[in-house]
Design a protein around this ligand. Structure first.
Ligand code: SF4
Ligand code: SF4
Length: 441
């Protein structure tokens, strides 16, 4: 298969990164890739879906990974996986000898191993420049569920209609389920037994980088997990914190200990992000040196500084994000030639151990296997967003009253990183706008 043929299949099948920003997968296929990386680092606490999927579908996913490697003519494929996922590694070892160009790279149990920039360094020793793309270093990264969707698209031309979602927290039967895209969060949570608390808060997309969403919001191609939390949980309170109060708190109690910078994973790789300098400049409204503000562009929003590192409970990540978004809104661009430094010598000693991180987040009690159930759940109705990933939203392709089969195209790929979007259930269109399509199953 040629790159262009595979790109066409993936674009038509609507394959995007199954997590994070959901970068369209066809756009990652590039002949400059010497190395392709399968990301099974699963770095956030409570996430278990990738290690489970890779264990269940090892043969199929390895085959697709090799096919992608050959198509882009990469010389090697690396599976980045934490050493502790022994059951998955044992399963991979049953097939890996059939693929001499693919090897396993075992990773330490630390956060944020799944950050592409960190993973690339761990697996290849290459540093992606601040603001740069992995392909500039000859690397393309795909996560496990994305590669599973690539496999289904390559072999059966199946569109992406389902998403694996781990549902944990204050529920009686935490598990990982396969849901039609567009399922409401309320209905998704009902598959994990009863909610044990009054007024639950849905923290969607895992503890470090997740956000609070409503029960009526739909599952998308990038929804990995739903964490059901009490309304007074630390993560909820931090997420709801007022940024102006945070700034005043920083002005009075930031002691410039520099822990946020010392433990920052991007700073450790030589990127010019220094959260302690930003906190000093922002909280004192000191604009003489603009670099601490401009360097916010190089923050990955991993959240380590505010949820793990800061001994004062301050929120550098939240404030950095606020400033970064403000700069973008004003049309400010990242510096053309950011000042980089060497990878810091103490980097290995400054990784955040995942068990310690879970304890700091107050989620240790929610850790569990969250076993994956392979059957696709039946739901009453789906609301399928026409914008589910980075890039252009899809163009509406149905109208109210249309009767659809699962897999029919409801949104056509637009120019500019667009992909098709498909009906995730058989049913009748009851609402169709340029933002979403509702289908009664
Ligand atoms: S870790 Fe907290 S107290 Fe220390 S410099 Fe950073 S923001 Fe200030
Ligand atoms: S969120 Fe904090 S720790 Fe993470 S990259 Fe940004 S500044 Fe560094």
């Amino acid at each position: 298969m040629t790159i262009d043929e595979l790109k066409k299949i993936l674009r038509e099948s609507g394959v995007v990164g199954a997590g994070g920003a959901g970068f369209p997968t066809y756009a990652k296929l590039d002949e400059r890739a010497n190395t392709i990386l399968l990301n099974c680092a699963e770095c956030e606490p409570l996430l278990t879906l990738h290690r489970q999927l890779l264990k269940l579908r090892a043969e199929e996913i390895l085959k697709a990974f090799e096919e992608v490697r050959k198509t882009v003519k990469a010389t090697e494929g690396i599976i980045g996986i934490k050493s502790e996922y022994t059951a998955t590694i044992n399963e991979l070892n049953k097939y890996i000898d059939d693929y001499p160009a693919i090897r396993i790279k075992e990773l330490p149990g630390a956060y944020p191993m799944g950050d592409e920039v960190v993973l690339i360094y761990e697996a290849t020793g290459k540093v992606v420049r601040p603001g740069g793309l992995p392909i500039e270093q000859g690397v393309a990264v795909f996560n496990v569920e994305t590669m599973y969707n690539v496999s289904k698209a390559m072999n059966a031309k199946l569109g992406v209609t389902e998403k694996l979602v781990t549902i944990v927290g204050e529920v009686t039967d935490p598990k990982t389920v396969r849901l039609p895209i567009g399922t409401s969060i309320d209905e998704a949570v009902s598959f994990a037994g009863d909610v044990k608390i009054e007024e639950p808060v849905y923290f969607v997309g895992v503890p470090m980088m997740g956000r609070i969403m409503k029960g009526s919001d739909p599952i998308t191609k990038t929804t990995n997990a739903i964490l059901v939390l009490p309304k007074d949980h630390t993560l909820v309170l931090k997420k709801q914190a007022d940024t102006s109060i945070q700034l005043n708190r920083a002005a009075s109690i930031c002691c410039q200990c520099q822990m946020c910078t010392d433990l920052c994973p991007r700073h450790a790789l030589g990127h010019p992000i220094e959260p302690h300098l930003f906190m000093r400049a922002a909280s004192n409204r000191d604009f003489q040196d603009m670099n601490p503000f401009l360097n916010t562009f190089y923050c990955s929003s991993c959240g380590l500084c505010e949820l793990f590192s800061c001994p004062q409970g301050l929120q550098p990540r939240t404030l950095i994000t606020e400033y970064k978004n403000g700069l973008r809104a004003k049309g400010v661009k990242p510096p053309a030639e950011p000042k980089v430094h060497d990878v810091i010598r103490q980097r290995d000693d400054r990784k955040a151990p995942e068990k310690r991180l879970a304890a700091r987040l107050g989620v240790t009690q929610y850790e569990c296997e969250a076993l994956l159930e392979e059957d696709t759940k039946s739901v009453r109705q789906v609301k399928i967003n026409l914008s589910q990933h980075i890039g252009a939203p899809s163009k509406l392709n149905v109208k109210v009253g249309d009767v659809l089969k699962k897999g029919d195209i409801v949104g056509l790929a637009a120019d500019g990183l667009g992909v098709n979007i498909h009906a995730s259930v058989d049913g009748k269109v009851v609402e169709a706008t340029d933002k979403y399509v509702k289908i009664k199953a």
